[in-house]
Each structure stands twice: as structure tokens, then as C-alpha cells.
Write a protein that binds this ligand. Structure first.
Ligand code: TXA
Ligand code: MG
Length: 311
């Protein structure tokens, strides 16, 4: 893709991380592996740097970003932690959980990070590469998924380059992501109540999704159409019709399979790679086998439903 940048591919060794930290310090953009998907990182305390994320992704300015931290000390400078928020963070951080909390006025952040909301989304990732980068940098990193807005999320450096080559300064190639779907998002209310805003790798029983019918969508990124492979897509399919690229699961075989064993964790890890294959195939349509709506299967079905919704 032609653009104003030559996108460097960096390794996960000392020199690769040092180069990435140098680019970030100067306000540039680096795609970084995390345990969920690759994130497009910029320093969260700089308006120009954060503005570059929105521009590179073509992301609407009303859709706020997740701020990634490497310590509770850093997190507490950004948001008010109620006892319930402290509790859930202690249980699941570092890991694939994002908390939406009341933002602190004193937080030194670019205003576009929160898109004008009085809450902030924070995550302490477990992946050693992004953790090392935040620690080296000394500032938190704003990082949405590293794909053009609306397209399939990236779980490899190749996926990142598929839509962002020439639009960002660098990508760190850390191999395939382990979880494969974006973090679970939980809002912790001022009264201590929890609401799930996006299903993800961590499933919480009894924390229902916020009803969106007749309400404003609370996580603005949770629009009906998202993760789109650019082709018509049918779900819960047992038998394909002609011209369909078939994504199988368990006993239902396909052109590729999310998991031959019927393992939901494996299916989550392979979801976006299979969607990328389906998008690149010569076949004009996509069909997907039924996936059980349990555990991380809820997150898989959520992403498939949005991928199948026309823009
Ligand atoms: O696993 C992940 O969460 C990945 C990796 C890179 O960490 N990041 C990610 O970012 O999925 P993104 O931008 O693709 O999704 C962030 C979601 C969006 O749906 C956005 O609307 C929501 O978080 N969000 C951000 N700030 C919010 C806030 N203050 N209140 C409600 N939702 C918020
Ligand atoms: Mg995304």
C-alpha cells in the first residue's frame, strides 16, 4: 500500500524493542503483539500521537481507545478504583480484561483517548512484549486493534501489514496471538455494579451484556457491523452451497477448521486467521459452522455476528 511511511518490521529482541520505544517516544505508531490481538500503539499522553492512530485506522473520532498500563500504580493515576474495581483487577490483571472506570481529571492523557467520555478503558496486558515496551517508555500506551477500522482484527504481523502497511512506522513480529479475540470489557459502576460491554476471553457468569435496544451503545466500538471480511457471510451452516468458503468446527469439516477437536479456546485463537483466509480466497461467499454459545464461544459468536452484518 502506498503511504507516507515505510513500515519497519522489528523483532522481539532488545534492539527491536529499543527501536520501537524510540519511535513511540517521538510520537510514532508501532503495532505490537498482545495476548489477544495485535494493538496499534501510540503514547497515550500526546495529542499528536493519538491523532495518528485515528488517522491510520480511519477510525471515527467518537470511538475511544483502551489505555494499556504495566502496573497498578500507573492505572491508579488514570482512573478512580473503587474496592470492587481493585478486586476484579487483582483477580484478572495482567490479562485479557479491560475495565471501564471513572476517569481522573488529573490524568495526563490526550483528550481524544476517551473521546470526551468521563470514563476511561484500561487494560494491563499479560504479553511480555507490550509490557516491556510500556515499562521502557514510562508512559501508558493507547492501542486499538491494529487493523483499518471495520476490517478483520489481526492476530499476526502479516495480518497487520495487510491493511496498515505504509500507514504506520513499525510492527513488532511476535508470532501468533494466544487468545485470538479482543479483551472482555467490564464497566465498574460508581455503586460497584459490573456490566459486560464486550464478551471476550474471560467469561463472567451473572454479568449480563448491557441491553443496547433502545439504549445508546455504551462501547462505541460495538457497532453492528465490524470485523468485516468484505464478502457475504452465513452463520450456523451445516451444509455449504456452491461458491462458499466454509469455516468448519469440530465434526463439521470445512475449507479450514476453527478446531477439528471442537475446542473453543483453539477456535478463538484461530478465528481471525480463518476469516483472513476466507477473505483472501477466490470464493465469493463465506459460511461458518455452528459454534456453541458457551465460555469464549460467546465472544466468537459475537464477532461472527458482526462480521456477517453488512456495513
Ligand atoms: O484486546 C483488546 O482489547 C485489544 C488489544 C490491542 O488490547 N484492543 C482492542 O481495542 O480491542 P479496540 O479499539 O479495537 O476496542 C476498544 C473498545 C471499543 O469498542 C471502544 O468503543 C471501547 O473499547 N471503549 C473504549 N473506551 C471506552 C469507554 N470509556 N467506555 C466504553 N467503551 C469504551
Ligand atoms: Mg477493533
Amino acid at each position: 500500500m502506498s503511504g507516507k511511511y515505510v513500515t519497519e518490521t522489528l523483532g522481539t529482541g532488545e534492539s527491536g524493542l529499543a527501536r520501537a520505544a524510540e519511535i513511540l517516544a517521538a510520537g510514532g505508531l508501532v503495532a505490537v503483539p498482545t495476548e489477544t490481538v495485535y494493538g496499534l500503539a501510540a503514547r497515550a499522553d500526546d495529542d499528536g500521537a493519538v491523532g495518528r492512530i485515528y488517522a491510520a485506522k480511519g477510525r471515527p473520532s467518537y470511538n475511544p481507545l483502551i489505555v494499556h498500563v504495566s502496573s497498578m500504580e500507573m492505572a491508579r493515576q488514570l482512573a478512580e478504583f473503587s474496592p470492587n474495581a481493585e478486586g476484579i483487577a487483582a483477580q484478572h490483571w495482567p490479562g485479557p480484561l479491560t475495565l471501564v472506570l471513572p476517569a481522573k481529571n488529573s490524568a495526563k492523557l490526550a483528550s481524544s483517548v476517551t473521546a470526551g467520555l468521563d470514563t476511561i478503558a484500561i487494560r494491563m496486558p499479560a504479553h511480555p512484549v507490550i509490557r516491556a515496551l510500556i515499562e521502557m517508555s514510562g508512559f501508558p500506551l493507547a492501542a486499538p486493534s491494529a487493523n483499518r477500522s471495520g476490517f478483520i482484527s489481526p492476530t499476526s504481523a502479516t495480518h497487520v501489514l495487510a491493511t496498515l502497511d505504509g500507514r504506520i512506522d513499525a510492527v513488532i513480529d511476535g508470532g501468533a496471538c494466544k487468545s485470538g479475540v479482543e479483551s472482555t470489557i467490564i464497566a465498574v459502576r460508581p455503586d460497584g455494579a459490573f456490566d459486560q460491554l464486550r464478551p471476550g476471553p474471560i467469561s463472567f457468569d451473572g454479568i449480563g451484556p448491557v441491553p443496547t435496544m433502545g439504549h445508546k451503545i455504551e462501547a462505541p466500538g460495538q457497532l453492528a457491523s465490524h470485523y468485516a471480511p468484505g464478502k457475504p457471510m452465513r452463520l450456523d451452516v451445516i451444509r455449504v452451497v456452491e461458491d462458499e468458503f466454509f469455516i468448519g468446527f469440530g465434526e463439521v469439516e470445512g475449507d479450514c477448521s476453527l478446531s477439528v477437536e471442537g475446542d473453543l479456546e483453539e477456535a478463538a485463537a484461530r478465528l481471525y486467521a480463518c476469516l483472513h483466509l476466507a477473505a483472501e480466497s477466490d470464493l465469493p461467499r463465506i459460511a461458518v459452522a455452528p459454534i456453541p454459545h458457551i465460555g469464549v464461544g460467546q465472544a466468537i459468536n459475537d464477532r461472527l455476528r458482526r462480521a456477517a452484518t453488512p456495513a
